[in-house]
Ligand binder design. Structure first.
Ligand code: MG
Length: 260
């Protein structure tokens, strides 16, 4: 048994499914705040800016400050800075572009040193794929905001960015750098903000690969929930086992009270 000083929470499939909160999730988050247990949200969503992530959660009853929300777009901005790249070609949807623009990154339609790919939904067309492919063949680097195989919206399982990233890698004979989960650097962004070392933090997620595998690689205690995209068969086949499995986020207070 270990105790943790802080937790990182996934959003889709853990706090929410589609546009509904998971049963007991609002109370569990309120409990964390009441108990003074520090937490941050680490989401692989690439359809919303940080501001929109917080606003959506607020509308569903979760009172969570914007600055507690960590998105792959923020990790990409940080990585572009390290690469000295002031422009990129972004393929994403929603208002995720805002996180780049506010950081002073130029979003280029044409030539750019880096192609950044997220979950672009209906923006994926032959032309958008082919445009990205041509930039990559011309020497641009490929950053994947995430490469999840799928996620679960209100209608069921849905394709995430991963299948499209894989197609671009195959076509351009390149390898994407993933900046969202399971990248250890992404977990570190949130942990640094918390001021808590990885070994003293828990990660709560519904994806055995990005949440559980990623958290374990980064040194966190990994807790899997049986909601969202959870399937017994994916857990059975998971390359990395979670430290704990709970029915849902509603069971988190009991788990933390008795020690993870
Ligand atoms: Mg999830």
């Amino acid at each position: 048994m270990v105790s943790v000083d802080a937790v990182l929470l996934d959003i889709d499939g853990v706090l929410t499914i589609g546009e509904e909160p998971v049963m007991g999730a609002v109370d569990a988050v309120r409990w964390l705040r009441d108990e003074g247990i520090p937490f941050r949200l680490v989401t692989n969503t690439t359809r919303r800016s940080r501001r929109s992530v917080a606003a959506r959660l607020g509308g569903l009853g979760f009172a969570i400050p914007e600055t507690w929300c960590f998105t792959p777009a923020m990790a990409a901005v940080s990585r572009l800075g390290e690469m000295d790249a002031s422009a990129c070609h972004l393929i994403a949807t929603g208002d995720v572009h805002r996180d780049f623009e506010e950081a002073g990154i130029e979003l280029a339609d044409g030539e750019a040193p880096v192609v950044v790919v997220g979950d672009a939904g209906d923006r994926w067309t032959y032309d958008s794929m082919n445009n990205a492919f041509r930039l990559l063949v011309g020497g641009a680097r490929l950053i994947a905001l995430e490469r999840d195989r799928c996620w679960r919206d209100a209608g069921g399982l849905a394709l995430s960015a991963g299948p499209f990233v894989a197609a671009l890698e195959y076509a351009a004979k390149t390898t994407a750098e993933v900046v969202g989960k399971p990248s250890p650097a992404f977990f570190r962004l949130a942990l640094t903000d918390l001021g808590v070392p990885a070994g003293r933090a828990g990660m709560i997620g519904d994806d055995v690969e990005t949440d559980i595998g990623g958290a374990r690689s980064a040194g966190l205690v990994a807790v899997l929930v049986r909601t969202g995209k959870f399937r017994p068969e994916t857990l059975a086949k998971a390359p990395v086992a979670p430290d704990r499995v709970i029915d849902s986020i509603a069971d988190l207070p009991a788990l933390l009270e008795r020690g993870v």
